[in-house]
Every structure is written in C-alpha cells, then in structure tokens.
Design a protein around this ligand. Structure first.
Ligand code: IPE
Ligand code: IPE
Ligand code: MG
Length: 233
C-alpha cells in the first residue's frame, strides 16, 4: 500500500453545481463548505492522512464580483469562529497559507486565533490556502531568504531545495496526491513547489457532491498508482 502523507484538494465546481440547480453561486459555496467540513472530520477520525491542504480562495479569486468575494469571506469567518472547540476536541491543527495583507482584519483575526488555539494539537494538520497563490508563495519565500543573506544569517551557498522549502509559508512535506473536482485539468496556481511529484486525480463531480464515497474512491485509486520519482523499479 502506498503511503498517503499529504493530500491536496483544489475545491472546484461550486458555481456550476449551483447553476445546474437554478441556485445562486453563494448557495453553491455554502454547499461546498458543508462537503469540505465533512471531509476534514472524516480524514481526521479515520486517520487517513497526516496533512491536508485545501485550496479555498486564490489570489486570482479576488477578481470575482465583490458580492461573491464578500459572501465567501463571511462564510470563512463564520466557519473559523465556530469550529475552534470542535477542532480542539478532534486534535486538528490548523495552518493558513496565503497573503494575509490581502484579507480584511476581522478574518485575519479569526484565522490567527484558530491557528493559535490549535497549535499544540498533534492530529491531522489542515492547511487552508486562502488568499493564496503558488507563485506568490515562491516570491515570498525568496524575499525571506534574501533577507537572511543580507543579515548574514546564511550565505548564498546555503541555499538549496531543502532550505528553500523551509522558507515557504509552512514546513509541509510534498503533496502526494492532488484531487481537483469538477473535471478541470489545471493547477490554477496551487502549491507549485510542493506538487512536483504529486499524483493527480480529477473526478467530474462538482465539489458539493464530493462526499465520503467519492473520497474513498479517490483514495483507493491512489493506492494503485505506481510512483517512480524518475527512477526505474
Ligand atoms: C470553487 O468553486 C470555490 C472557489 C474557487 C472559491 P468555483 O466558484 O470556482 O465554482 P465554478 O468553477 O465556477 O463552478
Ligand atoms: C482555483 O479554482 C482556486 C480555488 C479552488 C480556490 P478557480 O475556479 O478559481 O480556477 P480557474 O479559474 O478555473 O482556473
Ligand atoms: Mg472554479
């Protein structure tokens, strides 16, 4: 059995799910959030993975209509302020990745509180990529590293892949398996550094319909993948 340490999910298809039902895009996002909450709890309780990275809002998504952006931010705010107790009980540790300076102070505060209150938990690590861009993360890591060189904390020769990875938003292992729902065959700027050798899985199903059964199907598929990492077996 292939070990799945870090699962990445690009949450996609909320809008089309809603449109098919004659609902508003907001209702699609609401349904998507419910599906996502179930998946987090399932993965945590069954101990199926150690790290879970969720792409829930990209830097590019700020270009959507204000009404949609505001709805999503309210949804996140409610989510992050109401799950503290539950995630503490479930031993879930929360990380956020992204540019917090793009977000409103009230949501940043809720995010900081949730990270702080779950920081000593030792179970599933859930990394929410919010206001996140893969290129932005690489640029931000580069700036951190340059500052360390300028401050004589490190030299240019110290810079290697390991050091670079340590300067990303969080010290996370590479993504092993990447699920993108709704059938879109693209990365859309998700964890560009960490997905170098990830296995891709792109079901047609829209995210609000991505339930435990769909997830189990995906995880089974991963077990049958032959990962070679450029080598010969
Ligand atoms: C994913 O669903 C959620 C976010 C990107 C925030 P979409 O909103 O992208 O749904 P579609 O792709 O329009 O169906
Ligand atoms: C990617 O989905 C971003 C998130 C899932 C948060 P999008 O729906 O924004 O991506 P594109 O526009 O289809 O590439
Ligand atoms: Mg989309």
């Amino acid at each position: 059995m292939t070990k799945l340490n870090h699962l990445g999910i690009i949450v996609d298809g909320n809008g089309r799910w809603a449109k098919e039902r004659g609902l508003s895009r907001s209702e699609g996002h609401k349904a998507g959030a419910e599906a996502l909450k179930n998946i987090i709890l399932y993965l945590s309780r069954e101990k199926l993975v150690k790290f879970l990275s969720l792409y829930v809002f990209s830097t590019e998504n700020f270009g959507r209509p204000a009404e949609e952006v505001n709805y999503l931010m309210d949804l996140f705010l409610k989510w992050f302020t109401t799950v503290k107790k539950e995630y503490r009980k479930e031993n879930i540790k929360i990380y956020f990745s992204g540019r917090k300076e793009y977000l409103k102070p009230n949501i940043v505060k809720a995010m900081d509180t949730l990270e702080e209150e779950t920081k000593n938990n030792t179970g599933l690590v859930v990394n929410f990529c919010l206001g996140y861009g893969g290129r932005a993360e690489i640029v931000d890591a580069t700036k951190k590293i340059v500052k360390k060189v300028q401050n004589n904390e490190i030299t240019i020769d110290d810079i290697d892949e390991k050091l670079f990875a340590k300067n990303l938003y969080h010290e996370l292992p590479d993504v092993d398996f990447l699920i993108r729902t709704s059938g879109e065959n693209r990365i859309s700027n998700f964890m560009l550094w960490q997905i170098s050798y990830a296995e891709f899985y792109i079901p047609k199903v829209y995210f609000p319909d991505f339930d435990i059964k769909e997830l189990d199907k995906a995880l089974l598929e991963y077990e049958n993948r032959d990962r070679r990492f450029g080598k010969v077996k």
